[in-house]
Design a protein around this ligand. Structure first.
Ligand code: SAM
Ligand code: SF4
Length: 456
């Protein structure tokens, strides 16, 4: 059975219709049930997606906050994207990189330039990169991507590279696996076929089924860590969020591994975009609801927020269930070294630097984490899911988050960030209940102060 045989439109629509029939009392019961952190069924998620009443929304948000705290503690993982190329043979109507856009300054970085960008990202204090590129068989083929990954791992102190790239064949996924990527990320954009066809009129991306089955080919190649999402604004978010959850359930049933992450990109203005108005705008309160429904339904799945969103909303979403954020991002190849707005994929909204973001994260009571230990300790795929579902991942993550943040404070942070960060670290140490683990962490913090790095 393939994903397109399970993720069917009539099934999604039926679930949504059934969800509308659920009354307020039952919806509140579902929210209450979710507090156990065992997740929700698709039927239950469909009911929660219908919530509009302020009181019910508050109950939903409260539960999301609680679950996030239980599974992830106060940790927020931080990363930066690195765009290696904006050349693309597809024509996604909403994207600045689309082939028909003649105004864009096209550029594919060579390995030397890629390393320069990675080092610029590293110099901000990042340890995780999300590699991104357009799809161009002659320029951004698998060797371009694998060379980029190898070059960065060898030349910069970047410890985890995730990749967001076009779907590929099993053989190419094997090459991606061989160079040691973290998560393979691919967004279906919309699960609504008719809208998908309209938005992707030409190029290989117009093949809906090929894109939908990419993760299955990745699994065949041994890439068992994947991230999914939809581009919010292309179609009715209730349909697309439920379809994303259906996709997740399908993968979990088939491979016993759900998505490591779900991203929540909202459509942004792009240079020379072919759609002038967002077809299905998603309001801020709806975005908050989406985050909360994902958090309740898939408590163990990371939720990623990018700089597409404005600072104030980003700050709010952190408390609601987002577990990873990008900071200090550029969306044009070479963007960390030079400014070129005519090379950007879309406009970012949050222009704060990583250092500024770290302060905000601390001020809101969250602990920034630069941890990359799981994937290097081979806690991926099924092994990761087992730990995450039992909330045992906490035992690894809390000390690792503290130690990697400490490294950042020692090596990169401003005085102000360091001051706020040290207070946060002292508070977070107290949350480690296992005395032996706490003692080890305190010892390691001392070793970091003395110059040792990468302890996990
Ligand atoms: N080219 C590959 C692809 O399309 O899968 C990977 C890179 S693409 C640059 C990464 C993602 O950017 C897309 O999957 C899409 O969701 C998102 N994107 C494209 N245009 C956007 C826009 N105007 N606003 C927000 N996100 C956008
Ligand atoms: Fe190319 Fe990806 Fe942009 Fe589509 S979304 S035009 S495939 S870079």
């Amino acid at each position: 059975m393939k994903a397109y045989e399970v993720i069917r439109e009539e099934r999604i629509n039926t679930l949504l219709e059934e969800g509308k029939k659920i009354d307020r009392k039952k919806r509140l019961e579902i929210i209450e049930k979710a507090r156990d952190c065992y997740g929700l069924t698709l039927e239950e998620a469909a009911a929660l997606l219908q919530i509009e009443d302020q009181e019910e929304l508050e109950a939903l948000f409260e539960a999301a906050r609680e679950i996030k705290e239980h599974i992830y503690g106060s940790r927020i993982v931080v990363f930066a994207p690195l765009y290696t190329s904006n050349e693309c043979t597809n024509n996604c109507l909403y994207c600045g990189f689309r082939a028909a856009n003649k105004s864009l300054h096209r550029r594919t970085l060579n390995t030397k330039e890629i390393l320069k960008e990675a080092k610029a990202i590293e110099s901000q204090g990042h340890k995780r990169i999300l590699l991104v590129c357009g799809e161009d068989g002659a320029k951004t083929h698998i060797d371009h991507i694998t060379e980029a990954v190898k070059t960065i791992y060898q030349g910069a102190d970047i410890r985890r590279i995730n990749v967001n790239a076009a779907p590929m064949e099993v053989e190419d996924f094997k090459k991606l696996k061989a160079v040691g990527i973290g998560t393979y990320q691919i967004f279906q954009e919309t699960y609504h076929r008719e809208t998908y066809q309209k938005m992707h009129p030409s190029g290989s991306k117009s093949d809906y089924d090929y894109r939908l089955t990419a993760i299955e080919r990745a699994f065949e190649a041994g890439v068992d860590d994947f991230g999914i999402g939809v581009l919010l604004g292309l179609y009715d978010y209730k349909f697309d969020v439920l379809a994303t959850l259906m996709h997740s359930q399908y993968m979990d049933d088939k491979y016993h591994v759900g998505p490591h992450t779900i991203s929540i990109p909202r459509l942004r203005p792009a240079l020379d975009s072919a759609i002038k108005e967002t077809p299905y705008p998603v309001a801020d309160w709806e975005l908050k609801k989406i985050v909360a429904v994902y958090r309740l339904t898939l408590p163990y799945t990371g939720i990623i927020l990018s700089t597409r969103e404005e600072a104030a909303l980003r700050d709010e979403l952190l408390s609601l269930g987002v577990s990873q954020i990008s900071a200090g991002s550029k969306t044009n190849p070479g963007g960390y070294e030079e400014k070129d707005q005519e090379g950007e994929q879309f406009e970012t909204s949050d222009e704060r630097s990583l250092d500024e973001m770290l302060q905000v994260i601390c001020e809101q009571g969250h602990l920034p984490s630069f941890c990359t230990a799981c994937y290097r300790a081979k806690r991926t795929g099924e092994a990761f899911m087992e730990l995450a579902k039992d909330a045992h991942i906490h035992e690894f993550c809390q000390p690792n988050a503290i130690m990697t943040f400490k490294e950042n404070l020692e090596d990169y942070a401003s005085e102000e960030t360091r001051r706020k960060g040290e207070v946060m670290i002292a508070n977070e140490l107290e949350k480690i209940t296992d005395e032996k683990l706490k003692k080890i962490t305190i010892e390691r913090l001392k070793r970091i102060e003395e110059g040792e790095r990468d302890l996990y």
